[in-house]
Design a protein around this ligand. Structure first.
Ligand SMILES: Cc1ncc(COP(=O)(O)O)c(C=O)c1O
Length: 422
């Protein structure tokens, strides 16, 4: 790297540190294309780059190793999470796979006992046979967590808020504990997005995103990334990115870059909608339990207020009576909320974790954290709130639940009348 390039890099990085989030989302790491002035980063759809003599190239040799579209996205993601670098992958699980490859046989991962089913499946069903050990524990209890640590423990895999129970882990506390025992930390920040939470600022070594979700934001791409705090982790993960080869296509990097430009607007609006839906469901006579960190009744509400800027747009709930048949009626009965896996897009989705996103977790494990067969999960989008509430209202009307208290019914009717547009 020339002195001049180093200097430009330093100026850019200082500039990113002073930019606010929305400005970073639109500008960080992004320059007009030098050859044409195109304001949008071009999709460099190429597998290789011409060299003028062996080893004489412009920084790009082969597209698994380097791609300009991906490079711009990596700079942008690093700025959003206040990291030194980001490393992009073909999916969120490919990004996780790279993080696990930092470990070796005999090492142990401690993870939360309530996490995305695919992450659980990768740790247990892919990596156990290579000699990797794992434990799934309640990470909100630091004292019991510390007792689980052994000399083999090398990574804390942290999801917060968790999928689908919306539990929180205190990132600052857990990272302090990890540092004391020389354990790496990786926070899966998919549910929050960098707009709501920046784990690296709270002491984490790595942040992972399924960029498929809020970063992309339009349900049209599968993508993942890891943002890191140190140059050493950046070097190791870029090595794995190239050596294992699970890189994203340039077109997909372009879609994530485009999605990020409206991240702050989308997540802001989705959070507002989710808060109103949570209040509506909390008072609904047919709802038994609701899991949303923005509600005062949520056990981790205070922690959420401390470590997140808003409370997110994901929530889960259980119907009174806990019947799977009733849950299925609601799941198939919504018209605006689409029944589908995934989350974080502009459109609202409704899902059934037990048979969809978390089917790979054994039922006994699921039940320990309250993930029942009747649990319903919502990814709240950016539609008009009146339409979302009306849709849930009509879907809930399809189920008949016997003991509905009269006062609660009146309360919900009154509340539905007061919902205003955002
Ligand atoms: C919290 C979380 N982490 C990771 C993933 C995996 O991401 P991907 O589907 O992009 O591989 C998901 C997918 O739903 C998720 O919800």
């Amino acid at each position: 790297m020339s002195k001049n390039t180093e200097k430009i890099g330093e100026i850019e990085s200082n500039l990113h540190q002073t930019m606010r989030f929305g400005t970073k989302a639109i500008h960080a790491g992004i320059e007009p294309d030098p050859s044409t002035g195109a304001i949008m980063t071009p999709i460099y759809q190429t597998s290789t780059y011409v060299q003028s003599a062996p080893g004489q190239h412009q920084g790009y040799e082969y597209a698994r190793t380097q791609n300009p579209t991906r490079h711009v996205l990596e700079k942008n993601l690093a700025a959003l999470e206040n990291g030194t670098d980001a490393i992009c992958f073909a999916s969120g699980l490919a990004a996780m796979d790279a993080v696990i490859k930092l470990l070796k046989s005999g090492d142990e991962i401690i993870s939360c006992n309530d996490l995305y089913g695919g992450s659980y499946r990768q740790i247990v069903r892919v990596y156990e046979k290579f000699g990797l050990k794992s434990k799934f524990v309640d990470m909100s209890d630091m004292k019991s967590l510390e007792k689980e640590i052994t000399p083999a423990t090398k990574l804390f895999w942290i999801e917060t808020p968790t999928n689908p129970m919306l539990n929180l882990v205190d990132i600052e506390q857990i990272c302090k504990l990890a540092k004391k025992h020389n354990i790496l930390t990786c926070v899966d920040n998919t549910f929050a997005s960098p707009y709501l939470q920046n784990p690296l600022d709270m002491g984490a070594d790595m942040v992972l995103h399924s960029a498929t979700k809020y970063l992309g934001g339009h349900s049209d791409v599968i993508h993942g990334c890891v943002v890191v705090k140190t140059d050493e982790l950046s070097k190791q993960l870029h090595f794995i990115q190239n050596a294992s080869g699970a890189v994203p296509a340039p077109q997909d990097c372009f879609l994530i870059l485009r999605g990020i430009k409206t991240l702050h607007l989308r997540v802001h609006r989705a959070c507002k909608n989710a808060k109103k839906i949570a209040k509506f469901l909390e008072n609904h006579p047919k709802i038994d339990k609701i899991y949303y960190p923005g509600l005062k009744s949520h056990p981790h509400h205070e922690l959420a207020a401390k470590q997140m800027r808003k409370f997110g747009a994901m929530l889960s709930f259980d119907l009174k009576g806990g019947s799977v048949e009733d849950a299925y009626k609601v799941l198939s009965g919504t018209k605006v909320f689409a029944l589908a896996e995934s989350l974080g897009g502009v459109e609202s989705l409704i899902g059934h974790p037990a048979s969809m996103t978390h089917a790979s977790i054994p039922k006994a494990e699921r039940m320990k954290v309250g993930l029942t067969d009747s649990l319903i999960r919502l990814s709240v989008g950016v539609e008009d709130i009146e339409d979302l509430i009306a849709d849930l209202e009509q879907a809930l009307a399809l189920v008949e639940i016997k003991e509905v208290k009269k006062e609660k019914k009146q309360k919900i009717e009154k509340q539905a009348d007061t919902i205003v547009a955002v």
